[in-house]
Design a protein around this ligand. Sequence first.
Ligand code: ATP
Length: 216
Amino acid sequence: MAKLQALFGGTFDPIHYGHLKPVEILANQIGLSRVIIMPNNVPPHRPQPEATSEQRKLMVELAIADKPLFVLDERELRRDTPSFTADTLQEWRAEQGADKPLAFIIGQDSLLTFPSWHRYETILEHVHLLVTRRPGYPLTMQQEEHQDWLDRHLTSNIEDLHNQPAGKIFLAETPWFDVSATLIRERLERGESCDEMMPEPVLNYIMQQGLYHHGA
Ligand code: ATP
């Protein structure tokens, strides 16, 4: 079987166990050879991250330092302007050649909004979609047309993900991790503990930088 690699995009403001744990479990379940974490360059019309690009990058580096499964890709952060996921994945496919199996990881909440992404249908031409579970979100799409799109691409066969280069959607049975970056930022702002929510070096860095805490 060809080696299956996956890209995992997000704002990571900050990176937390809701990102890392489901993906580590998914990697074991389906045999991912590596997961490339790619922090986004956030478009100007969207709410801006609280941490700078450099800080978001550093927190990812701290989080994955002892986890060989993960590598960091800085390409989006290095760009002056944000790029659409569809374009980034097209570029990645061009770099990797036509035959390698490639995947893009998203949480269940992102699957629900996925059809609103720029040229979303083209994404499955380049990669498979691997979806991790997230508490509080349905597993069915709101619009029938989008549910049809999902049903057309759905597979529960892990071999499909390895034997075909792209085009399948896999709903992984990963455990729920009820944590979000928003919740973490809110808790830190209130001076509440986030000990169990992210790797210790990331939390230490946040404290040392005084991030997400605006003081009284
Ligand atoms: P925010 O609260 O700031 O919106 P977030 O915690 O949702 O942030 P992002 O960086 O926006 O994190 O998410 C990157 C990816 O990780 C998305 O595909 C999202 O669905 C997924 N993800 C984030 N948290 C979880 C979680 N607890 N369980 C499963 N997937 C998650």
